[in-house]
Structures are given as C-alpha cells and as structure tokens.
Design a protein around this ligand. Structure first.
Ligand code: GAL
Length: 444
C-alpha cells in the first residue's frame, strides 16, 4: 500500500548567476510497495531554475502509462507540485511501450507547431534525429551547467545528450535493458537451478524441462513490437560481446558475419519456447505471466521490475543478465527536453530543474525500476534489485539499445523492427540477416 503525508515546503532564495535558486525542504513521506525500501524523506534541495511567475499550466508528454512507469511519472509530478502547488499539470501521455505510438503522435504535434512543455526522449540517435536535428529541441546547456550536471552525470550518458558541445536532454533515470526476470517458484517446482550468471545453454536446458511440463520458458508480449526487438538485441549482444555489438553501429562489425547468423538462430530458438498468445500481449502482459507463474521468465528492461513493484509482486522474482550477457549492461536512459517555443516557458524550465534533481530522481527510481541518472542521488531507497542493477551499471560494459533509440537511427531501428516482426512469422534466418544488413547499408 502507498501512503502519503502532507508536505511542508519552505524556501530561502539566493541568486546564482542569472538563475535564482530556492532551497526547498521536501518531506515526501512516500512509501513504495511493502517489499521495497522507502526513499529517504530527508530535506532536499531542488533548484528553482526560473524564478519568473509560474504560468497556470504545464503539459508533459511521454508514453509512461503502464504499471510502474506511470507511478514513477506521478512521483515527478508530485515533486513539481510540491514546489508549485498551483500549477495544473496535464499528462499528455500516449500509451504504447517504448513510445510505439507516442513518437508518431509527438512528431505530428511538433510538425504542427504545437509542442508540449517537455517530452520524454531517449538519449543518442533518437534525440538527435527526431528532435535536435529538426530544431524542435532547444539547447539546454545553461540549465545543465547551472545544475552542475557535468559533475554528477556519468560521462557516457553525458556524451549521449551532447551535440556539437550543446546539451539537449536532462536525464532522469537509467534502465538496464538486458535483464532476465524469472519466477522463483516455477524454478523450484520444476527442479531448475537458478544462478546469477546464466548461459544460453543453461537456459535452453531449463526451457526443455519446462516444455515437458507445459510451461513457456519465455514470456513475450510482441503486441509491443519493441519487445521482440528487445529479445533480439539482448541475444545479439550476448553472442557478439560488447565490442563487436558496438561495432555494428560504426560499421566495424559486419552484419553478414557468422556470429550474427548464430545470434539470429538463437533468437529463433527462444521463439520455440514463447507463450502462444504473445501477439496479443504487451510487455507488461508478458511480465504478468511471469508474476503469475504461468510462464517462467521474460527478457526485458527493468521497467518490468517497476511493474512488479506496482503489483506488489516483487517477492516472486529472481533476476540475472539475459543468458550469456553477464558483464554487459544495455543502457536505456530516459530524460526530458526543452522545446523551442515552450507554451509555458517558466514552468518548462522548472520542470527540468525538478527531474534533474537528486531528490526527485531518488523518489522516482524505485517506482520506475530504474536507477537515478545522477551519481549523487540517494540510492538507499532502491530495492535489492535496484542495488543489483546499480552495481551492474558501475561494473559492466555499457552498450546502446536498438529498441530504445540510442544505437540506431530511428529509420534503421524501424527497418530492424519490421524485419524482426516478419521473422516472428517466417523464421527465415537468411532473410532476417539480409534485411539487417540492408538496413545498416541504408543508414550509412
Ligand atoms: C522504454 C523507456 C522506459 C519504459 C519502456 C516501456 O523505451 O525508456 O522508460 O517506459 O520503454 O514503455
């Protein structure tokens, strides 16, 4: 159960350069699900970046409508309203995992000169090609510098939000994309041995045992096309290793190589063990099967852990890196933009001040399933899972995601998605490899 206490907010303003800050004591008193720790409710400092009069409204665009992701977003809204109680926040989220519908809806708005006050974006190619390049996103370097984010955002993430020396995104959280979440009871009931480092061979041996028991080893929700791409990229990266996988994006690794063929074959093998109804389920529907024990595991980003938090079901879960990918961390960084011509410019800047703050990130992460993007955010509120993923982020080789915008251009990612969607039906290894190769050549 979640409980809330009223907040006491006090401010002491002082000038810093052209920006004005307020020191704000926020006492969130927020509890997450019983099995997860409570974020520290200590007084915090959230910078008020723009001390102009707040406008009446703030419109925020995202695709965070699913369990966990929506709860996290609400925590950010609460942090903003803690500072600006009179501002009415409009949640303009468009449903569809990984932005499958939201990105198109947002493009239509941006092309029509109707931006929200801020929108969710991934770092990397998505940010550049969809928003910075066409001129929809304003450089927010001044905000970045005012908040001192160079000191607290890891360099790899920092680089992904930088174009020609300017910053375009305020990071809020980082997800691990290559996690295998499994149901512990299913393992026990079927005599499976769960270890922290699972190879593909280990996994397929377990999958064969489960097949005899009539239990799908892999829960897939391919109604969200990104979910199949996620399973594929996790398999591809496991087969190639971090360096060769990264080489796919700068042309130094050949998409026509035998290793890519093997990865496609392995991906095909996973599909032999998926739930029959995968085409009618979304990513969280697939996670529900795991939580219910009607499927064994799902290969997904750790927003799926946020969904388990929302359903108060984290107790049933075991986790490990996707089979064969121990030592790799597919990073999926979420952040918020500053539009050109924001309808409510004071609120838009102050929204970024909130989402970029250590306090808001510490409160957001346990619900969202991510870790805070800032290295100085309080992580004591993270669950055992969150602590594990934070340690992976600190120790593993970080690689970029196809399904979540960072590795490939939006067009290449779309071509890859289409090819994988066809493969779900035809299982034609050569055709998929040709299509992947072609998509890479078109992207050059
Ligand atoms: C990702 C996003 C995550 C989560 C997920 C499922 O693209 O980065 O925050 O929302 O999609 O919708």
């Amino acid at each position: 159960m979640r409980t809330f206490r009223s907040r006491k907010i006090t401010r002491r303003q002082f000038a810093a350069g052209s920006a004005v800050f307020a020191t704000v004591a926020v006492m969130p008193g927020i509890r997450v699900a019983a099995q997860d720790a409570t974020p520290a409710a200590s007084p915090a400092t959230i910078a008020v970046l723009n001390d102009g009069a707040p406008e009446s409204d703030l419109e925020i665009f995202s695709w965070w409508t699913g369990p966990g992701e929506h709860d996290g977003l609400v925590k950010l809204y609460e942090a903003f309203n803690g500072l600006f109680p009179d501002v009415k926040i409009t949640d303009a989220a468009v449903a569809g995992g990984a932005g499958s519908n939201a990105k198109a809806a947002l493009s239509t708005r941006l092309e029509g000169g109707d931006p929200p006050d801020s929108w969710q974006s991934h770092a990397g190619k998505e940010l550049q090609d969809l928003y910075q390049g066409p001129g929809y996103a304003e450089a927010l370097t001044d905000i970045w510098n005012t908040m001192g984010l160079d000191d607290v955002i890891p360099q790899g993430l920092n680089d992904q939000v930088t174009v020609d020396g300017e910053k375009y995104l305020i990071p809020v959280g980082v997800h691990m994309g290559n996690v295998l979440f499994a149901n512990k009871q299913v393992a026990t009931d079927n005599g499976l041995e769960w270890t922290d480092t699972i190879t593909s061979d280990d996994f397929f041996a377990m999958a064969d045992t489960l097949k005899e028991a009539g239990i799908p080893a892999i829960a897939l929700g391919s109604k969200d096309s990104f979910a199949s791409v996620q399973l594929f990229e996790n398999t591809l990266m496991s087969q190639l290793g971090g360096d060769a996988y990264t080489g796919l994006w700068d042309g130094s690794t050949d998409w026509a190589s035998d290793d890519v063929t093997t990865a496609i074959e392995t991906f095909g093998k996973y599909l032999d063990y998926v739930n029959d109804d995968h085409a009618s389920l979304t990513w969280d529907g697939a996670m529900d099967l795991v939580l219910a024990g009607t499927a064994f595991a799902t290969s997904m980003g750790d927003w799926a852990y946020g969904a388990a938090v929302a359903k108060e079901s984290t107790d049933v879960l075991a986790w490990a890196a996707h089979p064969g990918s121990d030592g790799l961390y597919v990073s999926v960084m979420d952040g918020f933009t500053l539009p050109k011509d924001a309808p409510h410019p004071v609120n838009a800047e102050n929204w970024l001040g909130v989402v970029g703050s250590a306090e808001a990130q510490a409160t957001f992460a346990p619900y969202k399933g991510c870790i805070p993007a800032r290295t100085d955010a309080d992580t004591s509120g993270l669950s055992d899972y969150g602590q594990w993923s934070a340690s992976q982020f600190g120790s593993a080789q970080v690689v970029a995601s196809i399904a979540h915008g960072a590795a490939a251009s939006p067009q290449q990612a779309l071509d890859i998605t289409d090819a994988i969607t066809s493969f779900l039906v035809d299982k034609d290894v050569a055709a998929l490899q040709d299509a992947l190769n072609m998509a890479a050549q078109d992207a050059q």
